[in-house]
Design a protein around this ligand. Sequence first.
Ligand SMILES: N[C@@H](CCC(=O)N[C@@H](CS)C(=O)NCC(=O)O)C(=O)O
Length: 202
Amino acid sequence: MKLYTSPGSCSSASHIALLEAGADFELVKLNLKTDRILPDGRHLNDINPKGYVPVLELDDGELLTENVAILQYIADRYPDSELAPPNGTIERTRLHEWLGFINSEIHKGFSNFFNPNLPEEMRRFVTQRLNGRFAYVDSQLKDRDYLLGDKFTVADAYLFIVCSWSPMFDFDLSPYKNVINWQSRISERDTVKEVKATKPPG
Ligand SMILES: N[C@@H](CCC(=O)N[C@@H](CS)C(=O)NCC(=O)O)C(=O)O
């Protein structure tokens, strides 16, 4: 398997998942901030016409995109790692619920801040919305160590990476004490340390 990633971006969540799973994989790094050219000379668009990471290439050449799909693929391919509850259970539906929320409400909320020309009014609106979303996350983490309960799952990997962008956007997470404690818990994982130390090329 090959994970095409721009370290620091949302694709780093799949990097964490692959390490947690003990998967045999190759990391193919590109830099979203520069030319988006892969080490073999192809452009990111050649492997994902949607023009973004993550992309997971399977051993038979099949290309998977979308965080929500890739994270669950990794979890399902390595069930012993218990990165997702078994398919068909209510707990698995809870994982879907979290992944959908992180993807559409938090990740894509933060994505607005990547726009250097974001109007101030829009910035205020997005910030207010995100604060509402984090208030919810904080309430859920009140009496549990991880988003789904007592086990780390791919949802934690995904939310952790997205939260790591907050200083870059001056988004203050400090009012959310349970989120801060959860962040420090996740930061202590060896896999997370390894991913955080992985730098983009160029
Ligand atoms: N819907 C996609 C969005 C992925 C996404 O936003 N990737 C960002 C990095 S965090 C990216 O590659 N952006 C480059 C671009 O959109 O041009 C998913 O959830 O996988």
